[in-house]
Design a protein around this ligand. Structure first.
Ligand code: MF3
Ligand code: CO
Ligand code: CO
Length: 268
């Protein structure tokens, strides 16, 4: 297997799938509040994808080697949950942070994106973790251009997150995406500049750093999916899909509700 290059014929449909992922997060946003259970959010997402977007929720029954089928349509990762949180009957409460990670399949193409949501009033250290993680994702995105290397992305993210006093999860990474949910290459969120695969126009991959407030070690819960921080510290994650263009990058997972890039992006 190798890295697929998306052609001018592929891109319109891939852009649509990516936009649907972002629009799904827009749709969910007003529902993500104290008192709502993540199972209710999952149901809203499932029905919106199937009935409104006329797509397929990629996570539902997704079953990579060594896993049991994933039992929901989205991932909801609350507080110390790093990723792959399974929606459940616990209500969100004031001060929680939750990552909602969605993947829509439309006409055979995948759109994968996630955002952080702060419930009610959160303490400043929680807000800072979410903001720094968002900026870390963008530190990776702005490195994307032909001739750059995957290691440049990981290095930028790691340097930024660690200089803020946080740690980078190693066991999960970004990934190529297209007709398959998870394709080559793996996009590590740590590493050395100038190493690994050279980026070429037409590559499409996610950048989705998981950043922990404490140590980087993780544990898998007995459900076989939910990943938590070993030290129970908070964890945050954001995810975009990025196309390598002839001159730089194009973020594909955009919608009216997509947060603006950080200030350092506009000024480059
Ligand atoms: N959306 C996740 C990612 O960004 C993958 C979730 S796999 C699932 O790669 F089965 F848990 F949904
Ligand atoms: Co995702
Ligand atoms: Co992904």
């Amino acid at each position: 297997m190798s890295i697929t290059i998306k052609t001018a014929e592929d891109l319109p449909a891939l852009r649509v799938a990516a936009r649907l992922g972002a629009e799904l997060l827009d749709y969910l946003t007003p529902h993500v509040k104290a008192g709502v259970t993540t199972r209710e959010i999952d149901r809203l997402a499932h029905d919106y994808i199937v009935n409104v977007q006329q797509g397929i929720p990629a996570p539902l029954n997704y079953c990579p080697p060594g896993y049991t089928p994933y039992p929901a349509s989205i991932c909801t990762s609350v507080n110390q949950v790093v990723c792959h949180g399974i929606p459940n009957d616990r209500a969100l409460k004031d001060g929680d942070v939750v990552n909602i990670d969605v993947t829509v399949i439309k006409d055979g193409w995948h759109g994968d994106t996630s955002r952080m949501f702060m419930i009610g009033k959160v303490p400043p250290h929680v807000e800072r973790l979410c903001r720094v993680t968002y900026e870390a994702m963008w530190q990776g995105i702005v490195r994307v251009r032909p001739g750059a290397r995957l290691g440049d992305i990981g290095h930028a993210i790691q340097t930024f997150a660690e200089s803020a006093g946080y740690s980078v999860v190693r066991e999960f990474c970004g990934h190529g995406i297209g007709r398959k949910f998870h394709e080559e290459p793996q996009v590590l969120h740590y590493g050395r500049a100038g190493t690994l695969e050279e980026l070429r126009p037409g590559m499409v991959f996610t950048i989705e750093p998981m950043i922990n407030a404490g140590r980087r070690e993780i544990r898998e819960m007995p459900d076989g999916w939910t990943i938590v921080t070993k030290d129970r510290s908070l964890s945050a994650q954001w995810e975009h899909m990025v196309l390598v263009t002839e001159t730089g990058y194009e973020v594909l997972t955009v919608s009216p509700g997509t947060p603006a890039p950080p200030d350092f992006v506009a000024s480059r």
